[in-house]
Ligand binder design. Sequence first.
Ligand code: HH2
Length: 287
Amino acid sequence: MTRLWQLRDRALTLDHPLVMGIVNVTPDSFSDGGRFLAPESAVEHATTLLAEGADILDVGGESTRPQSAEPVPLEEELRRVLPVVRALTAVRPDVVVSVDTVKAAVADAALEAGAQIVNDVSGLSLDPSMAAVCARRGAGVVVMHSRGGVSDMATYAHANYANFLGEMLDELRERVDAAEDAGVDRERIAVDPGIGFSKRPEHSLLALACLERLAAWGYPVVVGASRKRFIGQLTGARDPAQRRDGSVGAAVAAFDRGAVVLRVHDVGPTRRALDVAAAIRAAGAGA
Ligand code: HH2
């Protein structure tokens, strides 16, 4: 039976891994900050990602980078994100755009402008209106695990766990239940362990190693390991842009453990690696 992730006015098929290409419209994102701040260059970058095989474009106007991420004022975030969402959905009406934001007003405006998915790294916890906006608009929603606020969620400030896996899963479950209680349909929800968010490298590795426990809940699992610190530590690549190969390895390992949406910077190499991994799985299923 084909599994689907219901979005606003369409659905994504989950029988093949989906690549979510990152479109950061920020001056300070940890690996590509400032490169695509002008709407035209963000749209050009997004078009390249689609040509490389992206299924979803994740547009974000606020960074959570580990060193001193500054919360972005609402007006500024709208100014960054909306022209890009509008331009993308105008040029490519079939494109699936997700908006990476913790602000309900940004989510609402982006959905109005044609976005299909809200990707909230706070698990819909930082803005009390977020779940209601998502429910009213019928958006697809990525509920991600993190702790703290925008400025410290990608640091180790809250990375204290007695039992990492149990606590992470319990906290994420609470956020999913809260979203459903606020009226978000179950079939519109995807879950994400939040690699690198309030997690030391050993936590990120454990979250990936035990991803099947999250996948067992039945929601599509999203994983964003691309270019993150634990990959730098494992491969010795200090510059995030040099972490492509390690990131592809993480994406394949995540897919193998139940992830179906992989959020990445390097779309082409990830697409090709996942296509091979998916073909191997399919061959095994028929054997
Ligand atoms: N990671 C980042 C941002 N958004 N969304 C989901 N669902 N999962 C993630 O792991 C995730 C995310 C951080 O990466 P990036 O956007 O490249 O950097 P920045 O936060 O500096 O914009």
